[in-house]
Design a binder for this molecule. Structure first.
Ligand code: PLP
Length: 395
């Protein structure tokens, strides 16, 4: 043990102090439980559709096994420009797209581009823990700004954001729709954050990966791309993981001003040296033929959102804001404060896996995140089990 301590203390502190994910903790506790319905991780239960897998196979069979473009295959970048242009209704240049090993890698590069030792990055919380993880590993400090919970929705408190800005602030992360709260930024929120960024010379790391999982009103969540101008400092983190059930593939993209292209290419070179061509062919197939599959995933999520929201509300033991976007229900349970322990109790008593809220930073304590991107049968069963367990053991 002493040997291990000595070894660890010889490491760079930013690496040593990278936090263990609280989701992984409970996941490890319950992963082998017979009959457990796993709603703790942010993914569904559908495998990647066959047409995507076949595109990867065809690429490998055709011998695409060599190093490839650091920025991504030109046809994939073209297709992304077409896709984003279509979804958001405005043309966009393929030169803005840089293929990465998942959204996580895009985030890692984005943070490294704008923040390092001595810098601060503002992060509204509760937030996906990997934001703070990436910021910390880069040597920068995460400044958490807790959002306000109301039964109608989570609110981004602009006065708190303004108060958190210091001369060391380099960037602000906006993840909308949000993992874990399912909050969706309004157009006004977006305009205000952009105004702060312009005024203080901050970068915005915009994570809009759940932008098409929106449940009321619009087909796509309000986006920074609607209001940005040429010189705005915005880096968009994106991924193929969620829309096309490709979480295990590890392919995403960073979207940025083409003037940053050489820097991004270099950071790709020195981190992954590019994304495998066969994965890029698969991603291209997802963009070209994946709309019906996405529509199916969206419809499931919409249906399941109603199942879990209604089922848990009926227990009168939980509080949550209706999920505006993404595919998570973030709820508190009356009388439960230690969510790490209670998540384990729910593994044992209800055979349902939830992520404890404390892992999502300030304001997340006392909440649980439930991912509703699975089949409806599982969601119905999980809701019944949770409702029974909550009536029996909570409150
Ligand atoms: N951003 C958010 C908000 C996420 O929830 C996730 C995954 O859960 C990602 C980015 C990264 O996705 P991936 O690395 O699987 O592409």
């Amino acid at each position: 043990m002493i040997e291990q301590d000595r070894l660890l203390s010889a490491l760079r502190s930013e690496a040593r102090q990278a936090p263990v994910s609280g989701i992984v903790d409970v996941f490890n506790y319950g992963r082998h439980r017979e009959g457990l319905i796993p709603l703790w991780v942010g993914e569904g239960d559908l495998p990647t559709p066959a047409f995507i897998v076949e595109a990867a196979n065809a690429s490998l069979a055709a011998g695409e096994t060599f190093y490839t473009y650091q920025r991504g295959l030109p046809p994939l970048r073209e297709a992304l420009a077409g896709y984003i242009g279509r979804i958001y209704g405005r043309p966009v240049s393929p030169e803005r797209f840089f293929i990465t090993n998942g959204g996580m890698h895009a985030l890692q590069i984005a943070v490294r581009m704008v923040a390092g030792t001595g810098d601060e990055v503002i992060l509204p919380t509760p937030a996906w823990p990997n934001f703070a993880g990436a910021i910390g590993i880069a040597g920068a400090r995460t400044v958490e700004v807790p959002m306000t919970f109301t039964d109608h929705g989570w609110l981004l408190d602009m006065e708190r954001i303004a108060a958190a800005i210091t001369p060391a602030t380099k960037a602000i992360v906006i993840n909308s729709p949000s993992n874990p709260t399912s909050w969706m930024a309004s157009r006004e929120d977006i305009a205000t954050v952009l105004a702060f960024a312009r005024k203080h010379g901050l970068w915005i790391i915009a994570d809009e990966i759940y932008g098409r999982f929106v449940y009321e009103g619009e087909a796509v969540a309000p986006s920074f791309r609607e209001v940005m101008e040429a010189d705005d400092r915005i880096l968009f983190v994106q991924t193929f993981s969620k829309n096309w059930a490709m979480t295990g593939w590890r392919i995403g993209w960073l979207e940025a001003d083409p003037r940053l292209g050489q820097v991004i290419e270099n950071l790709v070179q020195y981190s992954s040296s590019g994304t495998a061509a066969f994965m890029q062919r698969a991603a291209l197939a997802a963009l070209e033929q994946g709309e019906p599959f996405f529509a199916e995933q969206y419809e499931r999520a919409r249906h399941n959102r109603a199942i879990v929201s209604q089922g848990l509300a009926a227990t009168n033991r939980v509080r949550f804001a209706p999920a505006q976007g993404a595919f998570y229900l973030f709820f508190s349970v009356d009388g439960v404060t230690d969510t790490d322990s209670f998540a384990r109790v729910l593994v044992d008593e209800a055979a349902v896996g939830l992520a404890p809220g404390g892992t999502f930073g300030a304001g997340g304590e006392g909440f649980f995140r439930l991912c509703f991107a699975r089949n409806s049968r599982d969601l119905e069963e999980a809701t019944t089990r949770l409702a029974t367990a909550l009536r029996r053991i909570a409150g």
